[in-house]
Design a protein around this ligand. Structure first.
Ligand SMILES: O=P(O)(O)OC[C@H]1O[C@@H](O)[C@H](O)[C@@H]1O
Length: 256
């Protein structure tokens, strides 16, 4: 496998150097534009080294794709950010691009030669650690993937939905959680308020404990508010490292 070095200049420029030739497999968080530019530098250097070896394979794994929620042009006149990001990734011409648990299938549709990495194994670990909780899908977006996981785990699934009435979110839980421990399963949490209110609603309906699994644990506003209703959080380190007794973090291998 090919080896490379990255150099960060004081003025913000990034440079890459190939130190050992071979096939290329870059694994990055991909949660910043800087991360993506690092990849572009490595790929450019690799391409230049491989002009005579057209058989070399170049793969990219993105653990937490920046802009994945901006999967449409929200309002007229605004930029379609995920499209800009995916166009940039496509310009690097990778043979394969793996994306861990993308927010929606639009990322996969916009990135050439892309394939999803499932979050199943992480949910499975949390599911067994907790001891067979009821899975809860928090909204329509999460339902399909959580349903697939529930089938594979032979777990009970309670769908929940969030609708807005005059701007205020109304949560409707479609199942019985009385006396049961729950695990909400979703792709990412930034503020996490949706989950906080959902956990509150689940407890009002008799859930004994409510845990949260998200693949991409951003938690940019900390945990204090979440601790009010959510008992424990499970996530990967796709977005950042977290050191807290409140969070169990599954470590991904080989992040650049
Ligand atoms: O943590 P915050 O950003 O409040 O909300 C996360 C929710 O918003 C959605 O896009 C995600 O898929 C998730 O369901």
């Amino acid at each position: 496998m090919m080896k490379y070095e990255i150099k960060d200049f004081n003025d913000g420029q990034i440079a890459a150097k190939i130190v050992e030739s071979g096939d290329l497999h870059i694994k990055i968080r991909g949660n910043s534009y800087k991360d993506l530019f690092k990849v572009a530098s490595i790929k450019e250097a690799w391409d230049a080294e491989n002009t005579t070896n057209k058989l070399g394979v170049a793969q990219l794994t993105i653990f937490c794709l920046i802009g994945q929620r901006s999967d449409r042009r929200f309002n007229k006149g605004e930029s379609f950010d995920l499209k800009v990001i995916c166009n940039f990734i496509n310009s690097m011409n990778f043979d394969k691009v793996y994306i861990l648990h993308p927010h929606s299938p639009i990322s996969l549709a916009l990135i050439n030669n892309s394939e999803k990495i499932s979050h199943f194994s992480f949910v499975e670990k949390a599911f067994h650690t907790i001891g067979n909780p009821v899975l809860v899908s928090p909204d329509a977006g999460a339902y399909k993937t959580t349903h697939e996981i529930a089938e594979k785990l032979n777990a009970d699934l309670v769908p929940s939905n969030k609708v807005r009435v005059n701007g205020a979110p109304i949560i409707s839980i479609q199942g019985d959680v009385k006396g049961k421990e729950c695990l909400i399963v979703d792709d990412l949490a930034d503020g996490g308020r949706t989950f906080k209110f959902l956990a509150e609603a689940l407890k009002k309906q008799g859930a004994t404990k409510v845990n949260l699994y998200v693949t991409h644990g951003q938690f940019n506003y900390g945990f204090e508010e979440l601790k009010e209703t959510i008992d424990h959080i499970y996530c990967t380190n796709s977005f950042k490292e977290i050191t807290s007794d409140y969070v169990t973090q599954y470590k991904l291998e080989g992040i650049l």
